[in-house]
Ligand binder design. Structure first.
Ligand SMILES: NC(=O)c1ccc[n+]([C@@H]2O[C@H](COP(=O)([O-])OP(=O)(O)OC[C@H]3O[C@@H](n4cnc5c(N)ncnc54)[C@H](O)[C@@H]3O)[C@@H](O)[C@H]2O)c1
Ligand SMILES: CC(C)[C@H](C(=O)O)[C@@H](O)C(=O)O
Ligand SMILES: [Mg+2]
Length: 359
C-alpha cells in the first residue's frame, strides 16, 4: 500500500537538512520498488509569515492523514518577539499535541569514528548507548495557566500532569528497557517538586509489572552530572518534558555534535513525528554547512517505527557509520585543521553508500 509521508521543513537549517532527507527517501523508495507519496507542509516562522499562523490547519490535516511526518526545525531571531501563541515554537508544540505523540525517543550512542569530536575523554565514551524517553505533550510546556499576571508584575508557568499522562510514557520506557539492557533510570526533582513525587510514585507502582527491569531514580541535577561522568551506565532514561529537553542537548555532546542526534515522537493513534533534536541553527543557516545526519538517522527511525522497512533503516545507520569511519566530517564534527564537507556532499556520500547497500 502506498505510504504517505509529510515533510515539514520549517525554518533555518530545517529546510537544508530536510531537502537532503527527502532525496534520501525518494532514492530508498526507488531501491525498495515501492511508491511513497511525499508531501510538504508549512510550519514555524515561515508558516507564520505566509499565513499568520505557525501551524496552519492545512498542515495539521495533511499530517493527520499521513503514515509518518518528518520535521526539520523551527524558529529564528526574526520571530523571537512575537506573542507566545504565534511563535514558531508554538507550531512545533502544536503539531506534537495534535498528533498526540507523547513519547519522544532520543537515542544517544557514540560513533567509533567520532570519539575525538567530543570534548569528553574517549575512555568515558566507550560503549555509550542510551535512549532518553522524554514526555512530550504535557508538563511545564503545556500546563495552564501560563501567563503574565498581576498586571505584568508577576508570571506563571504550570507543571501539570495527570496520572494517566505519566503512566503511558513510563510504560513505553519500561517496554523499551525490556527490549534492551533492562535498566530504567527515572529522572525527576522529587526533593522539591510535587509533580516529581507523583512521577516517582507511578514509576514505582508500574515497576511491579516489569520485574525484569532494574529501576533507579536520579535527581535531575545529579543526572546532568552523571551524563558526562559515567555516560555508559545509562540504558533507558525516562523524564518530564523540560528535563528531557535539557538533558538530551547535554547528551548530544557524547556523540560529538547535536548534528548527530535523531528523534522519534510516537504514541498517538496517528503518524509518528520524526525530527532531529537540534534547532534551526540561525548562526549557520543558509551556509550549506549543517550536518544532515541527525535528520538521516531520524529517517531511519521512521522507516523502522512507522513505515515497516527495518532493513532500510539498518542500511542508513550502517552508511552513516561507514562514511564517518572513512573520515568524512561536516564542520561541526571536524577538529581544528581537519578537512570537512558541506551538507550536500555529506548527504551525497551517505546516499551513495545506502544505494550500494540496498541495490
Ligand atoms: N525541533 C526544533 O524545531 C528546535 C529545536 C531546538 C531549537 N529550536 C529553535 O532553533 C532556534 C535556535 O536555537 P539554538 O541556537 O538554541 O539551538 P540550535 O540547535 O539551533 O543550535 C545550537 C548550536 O548547534 C549548532 N547546530 C545545530 N544543529 C546543527 C547541525 N545540524 N549541524 C551543525 N551544527 C548544528 C548551531 O549552529 C548552534 O551553534 C531557536 O529559535 C529555537 O527555538 C528548534
Ligand atoms: C524548539 C523547542 C520548542 C523544542 C523543545 O523544547 O521541545 C526543542 O528544543 C526540542 O528539543 O525539540
Ligand atoms: Mg531542545
Amino acid at each position: 500500500m502506498t505510504k504517505r509521508i509529510v515533510v515539514l521543513p520549517g525554518d533555518g537549517i530545517g529546510t537544508e537538512v530536510t531537502t537532503e532527507a527527502r532525496q534520501l527517501l525518494v532514492e530508498i523508495a526507488a531501491l525498495l520498488g515501492v511508491q511513497w507519496e511525499l508531501d510538504e507542509g508549512l510550519i514555524g516562522g515561515g508558516a507564520y509569515d505566509q499565513t499568520g499562523s505557525p501551524l496552519p490547519e492545512e498542515t495539521v490535516a495533511k499530517c493527520l492523514e499521513a503514515d509518518a511526518v518528518l520535521l526539520g526545525a523551527v524558529g529564528g531571531p526574526q520571530w523571537d518577539n512575537l506573542p507566545g501563541d504565534v511563535r514558531p515554537e508554538a507550531g512545533l508544540l502544536g503539531i506534537r499535541k495534535r498528533l498526540n505523540v507523547f513519547a519522544n525517543l532520543r537515542p544517544i550512542r557514540t560513533w567509533p569514528g567520532l570519539m575525538l569530536a567530543s570534548p569528553l575523554k574517549p575512555e568515558l565514551l566507550e560503549g555509550v548507548d542510551m535512549i532518553i524517553v522524554r514526555e512530550l505533550t504535557g508538563g511545564l510546556y503545556f500546563g495552564q495557566p501560563k501567563a503574565r499576571v498581576e498586571g505584568g508584575r508577576a508570571v506563571v508557568d504550570t507543571l501539570y500532569y495527570t496520572r494517566g499522562e505519566i503512566e503511558r510514557v513510563v510504560r513505553r520506557a519500561f517496554t523499551l528497557a525490556q527490549a534492551r539492557r533492562k535498566k530504567l533510570t527515572s529522572v525527576d526533582k522529587a526533593n522539591v517538586l510535587e509533580s516529581s513525587r507523583m512521577w516517582r510514585e507511578v514509576v514505582n507502582e508500574l515497576s511491579v509489572e516489569y520485574p525484569d527491569v532494574v529501576v533507579d531514580h536520579v535527581l535531575v541535577d545529579n543526572a546532568a552530572m552523571q551524563l558526562v561522568t559515567r555516560p555508559n551506565s545509562f540504558d533507558v532514561i525516562v523524564t518530564e518534558n523540560m528535563f528531557g529537553d535539557i538533558l538530551s542537548d547535554e547528551a548530544a555532546i557524547l556523540t560529538g555534535s547535536i548534528g548527530m542526534l535523531p528523534s522519534a515522537s510516537i504514541g498517538g493513534d496517528g503518524p509518528g513525528l520524526y525530527e532531529p533534536v537540534h534547532g534551526s541553527a540561525p548562526d549557520i543557516a543558509g551556509q550549506g554547512v549543517a550536518n544532515p545526519l541527525a535528520t538521516f538517522l531520524s529517517v531511519a527511525m521512521m522507516l523502522r517505527h512507522s513505515l515497516g522497512y527495518p532493513e532500510a533503516a539498518d542500511a542508513i545507520e550502517a552508511s552513516v557509520l561507514a562514511v564517518i569511519e572513512q573520515g568524512v566530517r561536516t564542520r561541526d564534527l571536524a577538529g581544528s585543521g581537519q578537512a570537512w564537507v558541506g551538507t550536500k556532499e555529506m548527504s551525497q556520500l551517505v546516499r551513495a553508500d545506502v544505494q550500494r547497500r540496498l541495490a
